[in-house]
Design a binder for this molecule. Sequence first.
Ligand SMILES: Cc1cc2nc3c(=O)[nH]c(=O)nc-3n(C[C@H](O)[C@H](O)[C@H](O)COP(=O)(O)OP(=O)(O)OC[C@H]3O[C@@H](n4cnc5c(N)ncnc54)[C@H](O)[C@@H]3O)c2cc1C
Length: 264
Amino acid sequence: MEPEAVNLPKTLTLEKVQDVQHWTETLFSFRTTRPSAFRFRSGEFIMLGLLKNGKPLLRAYSVASPHWDDGLNFYSIKVQDGPLTSLLQHIKPTDEILIGKKPTGTLVIDNLIPAKRLFLLSTGTGIAPFASLIRDPDTYDKFDRIILTHTCRNAKELRYGEHLLDTLDQDPLVGEFARDRIKYFASCTREDYVNSGRITTLMESKELFEKLSIEDLNSETDAIMICGSMGMIDDVRKIIENVGFVEGSNATPASYVIEKAFAE
Ligand SMILES: Cc1cc2nc3c(=O)[nH]c(=O)nc-3n(C[C@H](O)[C@H](O)[C@H](O)COP(=O)(O)OP(=O)(O)OC[C@H]3O[C@@H](n4cnc5c(N)ncnc54)[C@H](O)[C@@H]3O)c2cc1C
């Protein structure tokens, strides 16, 4: 369908797909052009989608690139009978996709009070907002150390995150210093791997801290962002609230913030 023929709501724009990478049979990432006047804060999400029968079919997506990047990166699940991703998984360069112009979300550094260390705890596609934040120089201005955890069922589902970390030193803005300031911890729940188990189990057993050779959580000096399933968020929340962390929001910054990686 020609874009001119569609009467798009003012909140949406059609952007061109520039690159698509398939990581597994259920995960892929893609890059699009960026609307010229579009501004967002690293860690936010937008509505994204396709035209189906001339009508927008939209879902929430975290922007996986930082606010300064001239393109927009996304990391996506492929749900075989999912209304959007059953179609979206077939996009290729030069295709057009809908991008919502109203970014929002809680996983922004402004919602956290100053701290020495920032923990970014993710499962599955919940790593997407953190892919944005770890390439933003402001994150390193505000926090001395970043600890990124990513938990998936299988090792192959960790590839996107591993690639992010492996290529971080090539980043034009944070490449020189980011890799020395980030510790990355990946674990699998359904396959033998160097670290096995849920992040909550690894936090409670202290394995996370021992393996990274870092001190245990301290609500006086740490801040935390969490992005994963509702179950994972609730379980982490219990652990960290027990040791004094307080949830922040756009209205009231505090020591931790959450965002669900998908609606269940
Ligand atoms: C704030 C927010 C940010 C999001 N950011 C992303 C993102 O960056 N990348 C992304 O792939 N999705 C993200 N999602 C989920 C996304 O909005 C869609 O649900 C997803 O693209 C599937 O769309 P669908 O129409 O194919 O299936 P839907 O009808 O939306 O989902 C069908 C079912 O698939 C499961 N599901 C959906 N998304 C996921 C997921 N990401 N991981 C595991 N299971 C899932 C759920 O059980 C859901 O009920 C986000 C959701 C929210 C609320």
